[in-house]
Design a protein. Sequence first.
Length: 316
Amino acid sequence: MSRLLVISESPHIHTGDTTQRIMWRVLLALVPAFLCAVYSFGIGALIVTATAMAGCVATEFLIARYMLGRRAPFVSVSAMLTGVLLAFNLPSNLPVWIVLIGSVVAIGVGKMSFGGLGCNIFNPALVGRVFLLLSFPQQMTTWPLPIVNRLRYADALTGATSLTQIKEGVAGAVDWAGEAIGATGGSLGEVAGFALIAGGLYLLATRVITWHIPVSMLLSAGLFSLVIGNDPFVELLGGGLLLGALFMATDYVTSPMSHSGMLLYGVMIGLITVVIREWGAYPEGVSFAILLMNGATPLINRYMKPRKVGEGRRDG
């Protein structure tokens, strides 16, 4: 009996992981930071996160079903993750209608306009965040004070973040204990450094991400801040650098494929972040830095490709 040789497309060797499972792991890794956000901001954190998730899920379903004519699940895990990451970049008192606009832009412009999951050039959550920052600067830079606002939403008491105070030259602006346990102002995803680190370690342990982007990004930001005379711990613990390094810059679709490309990508994000914080108009620059390097990712992939199997070796 003759045997047929069946040739299939790559990959020929793979694990049992799926895109859905990986996204569920990222969502699980974000749980500690979410609990800290709820502890710090209470009802506002719940409202903003639920609104962003619902807006992203609904936008993706409606566009896929009625504009692109595709069969789409009613609840997409990818859209849920985008919603959570968008919420983590927003203040806890942001009006619901503005959160919904950000959700529509994140999914509709940042993702579905490129063809959907796996085709987008830029991180969708950051597209939504930057759009809102440019369109609604007052609402996006009004930060509720933590702890005292657990039962407040629209009428929350507000104050400046640590980075804003540093930008304005306020002495003793950084409360290290507060940055660690979520007792300082900021967006939902930048108020508890230890929770973000715990989630990042989980992603590293489960091999959802590798060390290359987070380490190179944090190390370059810390060293560059030291060179220009700033406190490196301010750059690492203040603002959204940890969130960006562990959960945003490591997005599979918008980051380089090779390890050398990841290192270059992370270094540049760290440098650009500090440059914007130090000399730019905004006290925070992580979102802009990641989006800029998202745009450079195709170029990095072109010139820093992974080595082919057997390349550079000689028989014998």
